[in-house]
Design a protein around this ligand. Structure first.
Ligand code: SAH
Length: 342
């Protein structure tokens, strides 16, 4: 009989799987796996030796395996290349901010969205990650941090992949991560980043989980946005902004609009003016991101002068705006670059 991986199961799924064992056994095992980072039944010392043996005959507990770890020279960013059972690899990034440890996870192996500036999508989409695999990225980093008495404080789903295309698995993972037998992570500490899959934004509203929504806008006109983001021909700016406004209205939470600054492409004062105009009256933050150049792509970062001018234009025109602090450029932290280069 093929052994089964227990990692990634909810408490209810564990109870069913382990039945007729009493339910409290499932609870004990969940705590070992998700809260104490234990993957060997032998170490689960509140289970009898017999039971540990029986479990080991039928099951195993497996997280993704570490293939490569890169630490930035300032030690604030650590990037992990992790491998799943089928050999698929994804990138997971730990960023040590002054407000805590933030982890950026991938939601798919590769990506089908085809954004012109992004390394994750160069080879298209291989497959979705399961809820257990995404949880595996998080528990892997949690176990890594436990050694130094730290934990994962915030989660961003902003690594490789389009999370709203893998909607059900992402929601299942978030609900699991929220449970007190895992990390008990508050939804308010979670950010989902999307290129703007409008019907899925509405589904997210219906889920009633107060996560922060981040929408990758990157251009203030349909013409330019369609040139750099093919998804814009399916869901255009107007529809995306409308869904963003609905999200803000129903949840009461500010939507973040990501705007990559691409030197000479979308970073002029005219672009800033158009952006301020389309965001006028929205409950929104704008996060400006100087592009991380990708070798296979032709985009240049903006000049310092251009990004400062863009920033100040928005600031003085009533927009809540920040410029992303560059982190981890020396560990290829831009989406998909480590995976693409390995
Ligand atoms: N598919 C989702 C989440 C993954 S991309 C989305 O589109 O939001 C996460 C963020 O990184 C997006 O804002 C994306 O546009 C941005 N990004 C992609 N390539 C980048 C690059 N080379 N430099 C800077 N940001 C990049």
């Amino acid at each position: 009989m093929k052994k089964k991986n227990l990692f990634g199961l909810t408490l209810e799924e564990l109870e069913t799987e382990l039945s007729p064992l009493p339910k409290f056994r499932a609870k004990q095992i969940a705590a070992w796996i998700y809260q104490r980072g234990v993957t060997s039944f032998d170490e689960m010392n509140d289970l009898s030796k017999n039971l540990r043996g029986e479990l080991a005959e039928k099951y195993f507990v497996q997280l993704p395996q570490l293939v490569k770890q890169l630490d930035s020279t300032d030690n604030l960013t650590t990037k992990f290349l992790l491998k799943f059972d089928d050999g698929a690899t994804v990138e997971t990034v730990l960023m040590r901010h002054d407000y805590g440890n933030s982890i950026c996870i991938s939601s798919q192996v590769g990506c089908a969205m085809g954004c012109k500036f992004c390394a994750s999508t160069l080879k298209g989409l291989d497959r979705n990650l399961t809820a257990g695999e995404m949880l595996g990225e998080i528990i892997f980093v949690q176990n890594f941090l436990r050694v130094v008495n730290q934990k994962v404080d915030t989660l961003v789903i902003m690594g490789t992949g389009e999370p709203l295309v893998n909607f059900d698995n992402v929601i299942k993972m978030l609900r699991l991560l929220h449970k007190d037998y895992t990390l008990g992570l508050s939804y308010r500490k979670v950010t989902i980043s999307t290129c703007g899959i409008v019907p899925a934004i509405r589904r997210l509203i219906d889920e009633q989980i107060p996560v922060t929504l981040s929408i990758s806008l990157h251009a203030p006109t349909n013409k330019l946005r369609s040139e750099i983001m093919p998804i814009n021909s399916a869901f255009n700016l107007k529809e995306v902004l409308k869904a963003g406004a609905e999200y803000a209205e129903v949840t009461g939470r500010r939507v973040t609009y990501e705007y990559i600054l691409l030197g000479g492409v979308n970073d002029t004062e005219e672009h800033a003016r158009q952006l301020a105009k389309i965001l006028d009256g929205q409950l929104a933050n704008v996060n400006l991101i100087p592009v991380n150049p990708v070798i296979e792509r032709n985009f240049k970062p903006p000049t310092h002068n251009a990004s400062q001018k863009f920033f100040h234009f928005l600031l003085t025109h009533g927009i809540n705006v920040t410029i992303r602090k560059e982190m981890g450029a020396d560990v290829n932290a831009a989406c998909g670059q480590l995976r693409a280069n390995s």
